[in-house]
Design a protein around this ligand. Sequence first.
Ligand SMILES: Nc1ncnc2c1ncn2[C@@H]1O[C@H](COP(=O)(O)OP(=O)(O)OP(=O)(O)O)[C@@H](O)[C@H]1O
Length: 355
Amino acid sequence: MKSPKKVYLEDLNKTFITAGKDKVVAVNDINLKIEPGEFATMLGPSGCGKTTTLRMIAGFEMPTKGNVFIGEENVANKTPDKRDTAMVFQNYALFPHMNVFDNIAYGLKILKRPKTEIKERVERILKMMKMEDFSERVPAQMSGGQQQRVSLARALVMEPGVLLFDEPLSNLDAKLRIHMRDEIRKIQQNVGITSIYVTHDQEEAMAMSDKVIIMNNGVIEQQGTPQEIYQRPINEFVANFIGRANILDGQIESFDGSDVIVNIYDVKYRAKANRRFETGQKVHVVIRPEGVIVGKQDFTVKVEKSVFMGQNHEYGVDFFGTNIEISENNPTGKTIYRIGEQMGIGFEERALHIL
Ligand SMILES: Nc1ncnc2c1ncn2[C@@H]1O[C@H](COP(=O)(O)OP(=O)(O)OP(=O)(O)O)[C@@H](O)[C@H]1O
């Protein structure tokens, strides 16, 4: 395999003009750095611009302005075949009349590689993906998951500097999606190839990625490791988009450069501060459902929802007129609170994140 390449996007913009002459800013001057070998996932609500961004990296869409660097080269105006990328599509895009071997070999044949080299490269990929027994089958004789593996093999055999994925698992059922995402990640790590992956599915993004890029309305709201995005969301949009978030009103009592004391309805908590705060400043505080401690007596609340889920017990409670969600892990042997009952709660300090 060749060395993986970096992908840098600079002030990248795509504005579509619709038939009615309306302007749609699909991607609004984004900047992004994906390092060689990284697995980066673009995630965001429908219409946020993730597919358009991916298509501009692949060369299926030309930017209105801005640069796309793949390795050291600005490829913004180059055709897809001149970009050293390969794409795995949602609908597999296999040739129905060709068997697996020929589907995988197709790109190399177009490049007029010698027959012996094609055979050797296709067989190596088939072996790596444990698909040797499928080489004679045509797509109609395989399951969706198997077809998607062929589609991945077909991209990998080209040994591109960058692998692109456009929602590759969305046609598969839930169990197979989990299996396939683990498999894709394992292969990506073995090969060490830079990968950019578009998905709607936040769990998929969290499970697979070195870097998660959260997009909204054509801009990048936040990028970081899955932990950073989950534990330190930059704003309410990201907090609500990734996982479940309770957002509480608070007021800063003091700030010492690294920590704050925050007052939440007259109870004081110490929390990490990743920026400056002023005394008296009103803030929003994010606490995930698993960061609420059941049985602590900081607040007494009324239970409005109580659902046993096996690994955890889910509660919804009224907290000063808003609902907050609580997830109590490992509930076996613990007190179960029923709807209408009073319950004592508190917040785990290290789980508090001040916006
Ligand atoms: N060819 C086009 N002409 C006009 N508008 C377009 C075109 N392609 C995309 N758009 C618009 O650009 C915006 C971004 O679209 P894009 O497909 O990139 O979003 P997305 O985040 O991938 O959404 P989804 O998850 O639904 O695929 C949307 O408002 C979309 O309607």
